[in-house]
Design a binder for this molecule. Structure first.
Ligand code: ME8
Length: 518
């Protein structure tokens, strides 16, 4: 069935000044789970990720390596592209901000804003002079009162990064003129920012008064040239945020592609870039007279065994090595299950092993293995016949059948942990059912009842296999393949369809779906 429903989801575009680490993998995996979920639920999904390649840091890094910034970004961008493959990400587009399509979109976006008037009747963009404390690492200016002192008593950014005093001619976006419109918008669209705690933080920030922001630079060249003033390049945030429009075919706004895709349904970001996304971005879009994204969700921050996840500290956890050691499904599952999406988390291999062994291998994996092996051995590898389903049989089938309906609102709130808990409740109740029914004992005295119990469980496993596809795609594929489910019968519309799991269906030789770790 071809559906008209669309869903446009994005990750942040990652800086190319470092190799990808598990923090980047986290956001991308979260988006991938939603993209897969929506696809299985009948949406036509547009899923964009990519790399943010302009700015002084990149130019400096390339210079230090004695290569051109373009060559430098070509190399690092590849490692992010490669990561999407290692993580089995289903993005259908990968944007690089150095691409022509993006430069064209940025310049059009700039002109749109420059040619329109703010609510006070004045232009949105003005040329002025910037003087202030600039953090090259954050690519952000900080006000005097935001600065703190570092260990050596020097002024630094609130996150400890170095700052320097900078004065330069700059274009300004008059963010202060957007204050009232933003507050009205947040109030009228209570789901615009998630989680709620972050929304409240943004509302207080805007209420405390917005300052105009500098949106161009003359001190370096590695950026998108400002239209009609080639002395200036765009400051990274206007360039970076516009990537979400480029991905939707902007500036071809009269084209049906843009009209169908935009506005984005969901931007998932880390809490570090929430102000840029929830304050600057909607203000830029209002100024350009474009609809705002439907929702922005800022997740929390991972540390590693108590330490900041950064290469400079030498403890960056490379997702590739975690996948080699534990498997992709295990990493995906752990990251989304261990902490409530939105909260901070601490990563440890111990915790990953514990989650994976107890919930994936023991609870879920054993259920599948036990049931399919019994069918394989005792029922000629065929789904058995059933007779008179009891209240217990019907209840467990119904619970598994409701999974898509129960998860839908949770996924729309980005509640991954609760979604997985909802699935586990069904898994655990299936394990209790199997223990209570004891089909291995029925085999001798009541083979017909054993058949009915195994038939019931095969339906439950089919539904579990379908619903787990977004979270643990490799294992779910193995389960569905063992049940001989064709590729075109794996979407949510097939949950509990009697047409597939029916008596007589041959199953394949069961193989364990989850490893157990020491
Ligand atoms: O900020 N825990 O790029 P970036 C959780 N280019 N998530 C983490 C993380 C951690 N320890 N470390 C990184 C930029 N992330 C800009 C974005 S968007 C228009 C421009 C994730 O390479 C998280 O999603 O610094 C965070 O927001 C993002 O990586 C920052 O990536």
């Amino acid at each position: 069935m071809v559906s008209e429903k669309k869903y446009y989801i994005t990750t942040p575009i990652y800086y190319v000044n470092d190799k990808p680490h598990t923090g980047h993998a986290y956001t991308t995996i979260a988006c991938d789970v939603i993209a897969r979920f929506k696809t299985l639920d009948g949406f036509k999904v547009k899923f964009l990720t990519g790399t943010d390649e302009h700015g002084q840091k990149v130019a400096k890094a390339a210079d230090e390596k004695n290569i051109s910034p373009q060559k430098f970004t070509d190399d690092v961008s590849k490692s992010f592209l490669q990561l999407t493959e290692t993580l089995a990400i289903t993005n259908d587009d990968f944007i690089r901000t150095t691409e022509d399509r993006h430069i064209k979109a940025c310049q059009f976006f700039w002109n749109k804003i420059a040619n329109s008037k703010a609510p006070d009747g004045e232009p949105w963009i003005v040329l002025d002079k910037y003087k202030g404390w600039y953090s090259f690492r954050d690519e952000a200016y900080h006000t005097e009162d935001e600065l703190i002192l570092n260990k050596n008593g020097e002024k630094c950014a609130p996150n400890g990064n170095n700052v320097e005093w900078v004065e330069e001619e700059s274009y300004f976006f008059r963010l202060s003129a957007a204050e009232t419109s933003l507050l009205n918008y947040y109030e009228a669209h209570p789901d615009f920012i998630g989680p709620n705690s972050r929304k409240n933080e943004i509302i207080s920030f805007v209420k405390s008064g917005l300052k105009d922001i500098s949106i161009s630079r003359t001190s370096f060249k590695w950026g998108v040239p400002v239209p009609n003033n080639s002395k200036h390049v765009m400051y990274v945030w206007i360039d970076a945020l516009a990537n979400y429009l480029t991905g939707a075919n902007y500036p071809d706004i009269d084209n049906s592609t843009f009209k169908t895709i935009w506005p984005a349904d969901l931007h998932i970001i880390g809490k570090d870039i929430i102000r840029f996304h929830c304050v600057y971005w909607p203000a830029f879009l209002m100024a350009a007279d474009l609809p705002l994204p439907k929702r922005i969700f800022a997740h929390g921050w991972w540390t590693i065994e108590g330490q900041k996840m950064s290469k400079s500290l030498g403890n960056a956890i490379d997702p590739n090595s975690l996948i080699d050691e534990f498997g992709l499904d295990q990493l995906r599952y752990f990251l989304l299950r261990e902490v409530t999406f939105g909260n901070d988390g601490d990563f440890s291999k111990q915790a990953l092993i514990h989650r994976s062994n107890s919930e994936l291998a023991n609870d879920f994996g054993n259920l599948v293995q036990r049931v399919l092996s019994m069918i394989y051995k005792n029922c000629n590898s065929k789904i058995p016949n059933f007779q008179d389903l009891t209240k217990d049989d019907l209840e467990i089938i119904d619970n598994s059948k409701s999974l898509a309906d129960n998860l839908r609102p949770l996924i729309d709130k980005q509640s991954f942990n609760e979604s997985l808990e909802t699935v586990l409740i069904v898994v655990r109740s299936a394990n209790s059912y199997i223990d209570k029914q004891a089909p291995w004992e029925l085999k001798k005295n009541s083979p017909e009842r054993m058949n009915t119990v195994l038939y019931t469980l095969s339906k439950v496993i089919y539904n579990l296999g379908i619903i787990m596809q977004p979270f643990t795609p490799i294992a779910a594929d193995k389960i569905l393949t063992q049940l001989n489910v064709p590729d075109n019968a794996r979407s949510f519309s097939f949950i509990n369809s009697d047409s597939h799991i029916a008596p007589g269906l041959l199953i394949n030789k069961p193989v364990p779906v989850f490893r157990k770790f020491e």
